[in-house]
Design a protein around this ligand. Structure first.
Ligand SMILES: O=C(O)CCC(=O)C(=O)O
Length: 249
């Protein structure tokens, strides 16, 4: 396994901009093998015949809990060590998900912030690793980010299919500088839970497959907001998420 070289400058950049790129968080070989495993999972999911439909991606949440192989990726030591170094605090897994755009999917992922969708205070430390399981170009629907937008704490929850939501909620962000980060297989970006981001349509003839692993500070407590991961748990407000569902890393 290769060790990620994480300089103090890069960590500072994460906190200043709300996003950084880490090359080869996993090897090319690992990316290829996890892509195969993900494709097998996708093949078992219902796939609409036509690419022209409203959803921005196929999503499967908490694959690590149902697939031994994908569990190894979600809890990959390079990934958890890098996330912890960036955060500078003890983390726990919030959840993982496959986010896959089918070939020719014309639908971008609308600009949104993640943490407002999760049942935690929006000031906690939360970060997502978006791992490319194949070379992911602009044409394939790589991610774009608004650096420094993680300081915007008061924007509404915008659905990933609501293409005009961000214009409605924060028209000024049309003019913010944005960065687009194509990734080679095995590279990842880490973005802060409050950083605005989007992903383009998939104009290629291959699936764009990303494995996304989300970490939150270990001390984060449940605030009562509805979420697919915590709804079945019947947690009281103020509780810590249970370690079997959200293990410390
Ligand atoms: O992959 C995508 O299309 C969107 C990813 C995303 O929104 C996220 O990882 O938070």
């Amino acid at each position: 396994m290769q060790a990620v070289d994480l300089s103090a400058e890069l960590i500072d950049q994460f906190w200043q901009d709300g996003v950084i790129k880490i090359p080869q968080i996993i090897t090319l070989e690992e990316a290829a093998s996890y892509r195969q495993a993900t494709m097998r999972i996708l093949e078992q999911m219902p796939v609409p015949k036509s690419g022209n439909y409203g959803r921005a991606f196929h999503q499967r949440v908490n694959v690590w809990r149902e697939d031994e192989k994908m569990r190894k990726l979600t809890l990959h030591p390079n990934l958890t060590a890098t996330a912890t170094k960036i955060a500078g605090t003890q983390l726990r897994l919030w959840h993982d998900h496959i986010l896959a755009k089918m070939p020719g999917l014309p639908v971008p992922t609308a600009f949104h912030q993640d943490l407002v969708k999760w049942p935690y205070d929006r000031r906690i430390t939360a970060l997502s690793a978006w791992i490319a399981l194949q070379d992911t170009t602009v044409e394939m629907g790589c991610m774009s980010f608004l650096p420094k937008s993680h300081y915007l704490l008061e924007v509404a929850d915008i659905a990933t299919s609501d293409q005009d939501g961000w214009r409605r909620e924060r028209p000024d962000i049309e003019w913010w500088p944005r960065i687009t980060i194509p990734l080679q297989a095995g590279d990842c970006t880490f973005h802060h839970g409050m950083t605005f981001h989007t992903a383009g349509p998939n104009q290629s003839d291959q699936w764009r497959v990303a494995h996304v692993v989300i970490f939150i500070e270990a001390q984060a407590t449940y605030n009562g907001q509805r979420h697919i991961v915590t709804d079945p748990l019947d947690l009281p407000v103020g509780a810590s998420p249970p370690n079997d569902i959200c293990p410390p890393v």
